[in-house]
Every structure is written in structure tokens, then in C-alpha cells.
Design a protein around this ligand. Structure first.
Ligand SMILES: Cc1cc2nc3c(=O)[nH]c(=O)nc-3n(C[C@H](O)[C@H](O)[C@H](O)COP(=O)(O)OP(=O)(O)OC[C@H]3O[C@@H](n4cnc5c(N)ncnc54)[C@H](O)[C@@H]3O)c2cc1C
Length: 369
């Protein structure tokens, strides 16, 4: 079998995961191009579904189970003018609903796996694709914004600036029990994600103006909001506060010749439902299957319909799920005219068993039912 060469650019979660997964396909040689060590350590956590956790574990045994904190229950609350309604609880006695991991820890294990698998790591800030002609396939995992994309696709894409900032951070606590929860607050959604016995992370999406006006007292503000939402007065310590602008960006075109865009560059979505990387993992899973199929038949990746097959099989789910997340965000956004109606709808969700079952299946497996 002739070796086919794949170049992956970018060492975020998407690039590292893609490199390690594809390097396992027989007949494939992977090179990874990544910028020289960045000072900005990613102090976020990521929640992935049970199905995606299994995919990661099957492909990268070295990640082990210890880096992933399981969650059997997810609670959702809606803040009204008077109180907070616990409108939906998802739980499963037989399996875990999701797993939370610390981004920097998983990235560092993946980097070790790159070395262990003898994947060539080229440290450079790629400016254009001119020097990558020797590769059969180039996969760009270079984040949401890059000028390089302009040379690949000029077709229109779905874009929206939410004018919001996601504030993230870690919280040390001594609570006896704590479930994964999402609070739809007046200022914006607040997610609580336990990732070890005494730590949870939070993601609080707020209006950009709110963030700017309160930037000097943001730690105190977050602390108050968390204590108030969890209704637990025990002391907590907040660390690693970071902020991320939020937008929606869905590309209509996924590839040009033998260059594929993957990860945040393909679909950037609101973090409210924690679905961004879940979609990326499903993309990687499908890409691996397709590449394996083509290479097993001895078909060149460079001149084949392989990327078109990938585009056709992944675009429907990526679009529907991303727009679904956007609709969820819009529904819960504060609106003084619609809020009384929302309160009635939200109260009715609690007793709807079919909706609970449906939500669980979709967040676990996406649309691959
Ligand atoms: C606040 C927040 C919370 C989130 N929570 C969740 C969650 O709970 N669950 C979930 O599924 N998803 C979540 N997501 C989404 C998830 O974080 C991303 O999908 C995931 O990190 C993948 O990012 P990426 O690797 O595609 O891009 P990035 O992390 O942006 O990585 C891009 C990489 O490319 C490199 N690069 C860029 N340009 C070049 C170049 N020219 N040459 C070489 N290298 C280059 C950069 O240095 C960087 O390392 C969240 C997102 C946000 C903002």
C-alpha cells in the first residue's frame, strides 16, 4: 500500500485529536503544523457526550478515564422575576450523560501521543498553503478566524455576532453534592460543570456591554451569581477567569480541492448547549471512516470525491444542530413581552417525558439516531 500524506494545521483540540485519530489509519502518514508554544493556556473545560467519550477512549487509550469527570444528572433552571424554576432534569441510572475534561490537561496528553506515534510536528505560523503541495490532503484546524480561509472559500456563510462574551473560570468548593446544571438567568445562561470532587468550572454568557461595564469587579459579580444560583452559602474560591467573544459562523463550503476546513473554522456556535466540540468529534469520526474506506480501495485522497462525501454526510447535522443551539439561545434570551409566556411553557416542560427522552438522545448522539 502506498503511503498517503496528510498535513493537519493547528494544535487546538480539533487539530490534535484529528492528528492522533487519523495517524491510526493504515497507509496514512500524518504531519502536524502548529505555532510555537502559545502563552495563552486554555483554562476552560469541555463537556462531551457519552457516545463521543467512547469514541475518544477507543481511539486514544492513553487519555484514560481519569481525565474525564462523569455526570449522571443535568439540571436546568429558568429565572423568573420571582424565583428560579427547575424545569428539566435529565438523568440516567444506567449510564453517564456526559463527561467534563480540562482542556489544557487533555491537550498535553494529546501532544505526548503525537510524539509517541512519531507524528512529525512542525513548529511554524503558517501564512499560506503554497508550501504544502507535497501532501495528498490538508486539514485546517486553525480556529474561527484566519485569513487563510479567504483563499479557500469565498461562498457566503451563515454569520451572526451575538455581541456577547462567555466568561469562564474554575471554582473550588466543599459542597457535599453538586450536579451539572444550566441556569437561564436574566443576564444570560450560566453553566456549572463539575470536573473533580472539589472543583467545577462555569461558563456565563453575558452581553458585551455588561461585561465591559463590570470588568473591574467581574470576579465578585460571578461569585455572587454562583452562590445565589446554587442557593449554597458555603465559601467558594474563583480562579482562572477568561473571556471569549461569542459568534455563530457556519461555512457553506467545507473544502476546496484537497484542502478541508475542520473544527471552529467550520462551525463556531454559541456555548450555551456545549455542543461545539461534540460536533467536531462527530466530524472526525466520519472523516476517519471515509479516509479508511478510500485508502483501503487504493484510491488517492488528492483526486477523489472523498471530501465531497464528507461534506454531504456531515453538513446536514452540523447545520441543524448549530441552528438548534441558536434557537435555544434566542428562546431563553430576556424579552419583557415574551417572558410571561415562556414561564408557562417552561413549567410544562417539566412533566413532558417524551421531550426529556428526545433531549437526552439528541445531546448524546446528535442526529445519528
Ligand atoms: C466558552 C466556551 C465554552 C465551550 N464549551 C464547550 C463544551 O462544553 N462542549 C463542547 O463540545 N464545545 C465547547 N466549546 C467549543 C470548543 O471549545 C471548541 O470546539 C474546541 O476547543 C475546538 O477548537 P479548535 O481546535 O477548532 O480551535 P482553536 O481552539 O481556536 O485552535 C486553533 C489552533 O490553531 C492554531 N493556529 C491558528 N492559525 C494558525 C496558523 N496560521 N499556523 C499554525 N497554527 C495556527 C492556534 O494556535 C490554535 O492552537 C466551547 C467554546 C467556548 C468559547
Amino acid at each position: 500500500m502506498i503511503k498517503q500524506r496528510i498535513c493537519i494545521v493547528g494544535d487546538g483540540l480539533s487539530g490534535l485529536m484529528t492528528a492522533v485519530v487519523l495517524a491510526k489509519v493504515p497507509g496514512i502518514e500524518v504531519n502536524l503544523i502548529a505555532k510555537k508554544g502559545s502563552k495563552n493556556v486554555d483554562k476552560r473545560t469541555t463537556a462531551i457526550s457519552d457516545t463521543n467519550f467512547k469514541f475518544v477512549n477507543q481511539n486514544i487509550a492513553s487519555l484514560g478515564q481519569k481525565l474525564f469527570w462523569p455526570s449522571k444528572k443535568i439540571e436546568l433552571f429558568y429565572e423568573t422575576s420571582k424565583d428560579s424554576i427547575n424545569f428539566l432534569n435529565l438523568n440516567d441510572v444506567n449510564s453517564n450523560l456526559m463527561y467534563v475534561f480540562e482542556n489544557d490537561k487533555v491537550k498535553s496528553v494529546l501532544l505526548k501521543e503525537i510524539t509517541r506515534n512519531k507524528i512529525k510536528l512542525i513548529r511554524k505560523d503558517l501564512k499560506n498553503l503554497d508550501k504544502l503541495k507535497k501532501y495528498d490532503l490538508i486539514i485546517l484546524c486553525i480556529g474561527g478566524q484566519s485569513k487563510i480561509y479567504d483563499n479557500i472559500t469565498k461562498t457566503r456563510s451563515i454569520k451572526k455576532d451575538y455581541k456577547e462574551i462567555a466568561i469562564t473560570g474554575y471554582v473550588k468548593h466543599n459542597y457535599k453534592t453538586l450536579n451539572t446544571s444550566q441556569f437561564f438567568l436574566k443576564e444570560g445562561p450560566l453553566a456549572i460543570l463539575p470536573f473533580s470532587k472539589n472543583y467545577f468550572s462555569f461558563v456565563w454568557s453575558v452581553k458585551r456591554s455588561f461585561f465591559v461595564n463590570n470588568s473591574k469587579k467581574i470576579t465578585a459579580l460571578v461569585k455572587n451569581k454562583i452562590v445565589e444560583s446554587l442557593k449554597n452559602k458555603e465559601d467558594i474560591t474563583i480562579s482562572n477567569i477568561q473571556s471569549y467573544p461569542i459568534s455563530l459562523h457556519l461555512r457553506r463550503q467545507y473544502h476546496q480541492k484537497n484542502v478541508l476546513i475542520l473544527g471552529e473554522g467550520l462551525h463556531t456556535i454559541h456555548p450555551v448547549a456545549g455542543q461545539g466540540f461534540n460536533l467536531v468529534l462527530r466530524d472526525i469520526k466520519k472523516l476517519k471512516e471515509i479516509i479508511k474506506y478510500y485508502t483501503s480501495l487504493g484510491i488517492s485522497l488528492e483526486n477523489s470525491y472523498m471530501l465531497y462525501d464528507f461534506y454531504k454526510s456531515r453538513k446536514p447535522e452540523n447545520t441543524i444542530m448549530s441552528l438548534g443551539v441558536d434557537a435555544t439561545h434566542s428562546f431563553f434570551k430576556q424579552n419583557k413581552y415574551l417572558d410571561p409566556l415562556k414561564e408557562i411553557l417552561v413549567k410544562n416542560i417539566k412533566n413532558n417525558e417524551k421531550l426529556k427522552k428526545f433531549s437526552k438522545i439528541i445531546s448524546n448522539r446528535g442526529l445519528s439516531l
